[in-house]
Design a binder for this molecule. Structure first.
Ligand SMILES: O=C(O)[C@H](O)[C@H](O)COP(=O)(O)O
Ligand SMILES: [Mg+2]
Length: 318
């Protein structure tokens, strides 16, 4: 068994410069790294501008499925980030639709049931699929066992579940009908496994994985996780962008999604993960992991190569 070295703290000009020089490409998580809900984390924009000036390449990889790539383009622009185009943003609503085609060979034109926010619907429509469920207003009602919406449409070819702030019994019950239909034969795609995410005002909020796992439990069905730490997701991002794995760094705030993504994907020749403490993981959490890696499932794979207070701190040292 190999014991992973303790992460290196980026806390000097030399360590910050060495980190930036070492990597050509950066994968940035969003919630907890770039922003907390609708508020940009102070100073992060300056770090991105610094990387632009240095000619570094980067994309954003978020497990959040609530917004489409186009929505993210608008969100970045509103916060003052320049030149963030659709091809630089990888939310899991996009990854889920890619899985329909690549994993399940479901052709555009098919109907897909959605439990999740509008990002999934928008990405489905963009690829020529027909979303059902999702933000349909008929789901915003108190549960009624005679409701038409509980009747399965036999043309539905897959179910996608992701983050939603509209979680109610009518949505759960209607989604369950599809997951149980025809001997549980309709593919079940989950946008992520995140339990929580860091919201505004220091709030820790339920994330998409809590919705996905609710449906996993109630249906007794496994799901395909298309989000971080999926190596399929990572490989497709690296290949779309022509990023050399050994020169790429993953920057995130969650150990079991972001850091595992970078570590399992062997980024930076095995030293390609940077934890920021501006989101859901705090220093005591990291110390607890380092001291007790074996009390976590696959604990060694959760230990970052580097850590820093925030992405903004990187340029404060330069
Ligand atoms: O489902 C969610 O809400 C997401 O898991 C959560 O927002 C994490 O997103 P990320 O940190 O990957 O941007
Ligand atoms: Mg995050």
């Amino acid at each position: 068994m190999t014991i992973k070295a303790a992460p290196v703290r980026i806390n000097s000009r030399e360590s910050a410069e060495a980190l930036i020089d070492r990597y050509d490409n950066f994968l940035f998580d969003c919630d907890g790294v770039i922003w907390l809900d609708e508020k940009a984390i102070p100073g992060v924009l300056r770090t991105i501008e610094y990387l632009n000036a240095k000619g570094k390449k980067y994309v954003f990889v978020t497990n959040n499925s609530s917004k489409s790539r186009q929505d993210y383009v608008s969100k970045f622009a509103k916060m003052g980030f320049k030149g963030i185009t659709k091809d630089k943003v990888y939310p899991t609503c996009y990854a889920a639709v890619a899985a329909l085609k690549d994993n399940y060979k479901i052709e555009p034109g098919a109907k897909v049931w959605v439990l999740g926010d509008s990002g999934i619907e928008q990405e489905l429509i963009e690829e020529g699929y027909i979303p059902l469920g999702g933000t349909d207003e008929r789901l915003n009602v108190a549960f009624n066992p005679n409701d038409e919406i509980l009747k399965v449409d036999p043309e539905v070819k897959a179910v996608i579940v992701g983050s939603t702030k509209e979680f109610n019994y009518t949505r759960i019950a209607s989604t369950l009908q599809y997951l149980l239909y025809n001997n549980k034969s309709i593919p079940f795609i989950g946008a992520n496994i995140d339990r929580t995410y860091p919201g505004p005002e220091g709030l820790i909020l339920p994330a998409g994985g809590s919705v996905v796992n609710y449906m996993h439990y109630t249906s007794s069905r496994e799901f395909l996780n298309v989000g971080k730490p999926s190596t399929v997701f990572l490989d497709s991002i690296l290949s779309h962008n022509g990023f050399d794995r050994s020169k790429t760094l993953m920057v995130g705030d969650t150990l079991y999604t972001d850091i595992k993504f970078g570590n399992d994907g062997l980024l930076g020749d095995g030293s390609g993960s940077l934890l920021v403490l501006s989101g859901g993981t705090k220093l005591p959490d990291l110390n607890h992991l380092i001291q007790n890696p074996h009390s976590f499932e696959d604990g060694e794979s959760l230990i970052p190569s580097f850590f820093i207070e925030s992405l903004a701190t990187l340029t404060e040292w330069l």
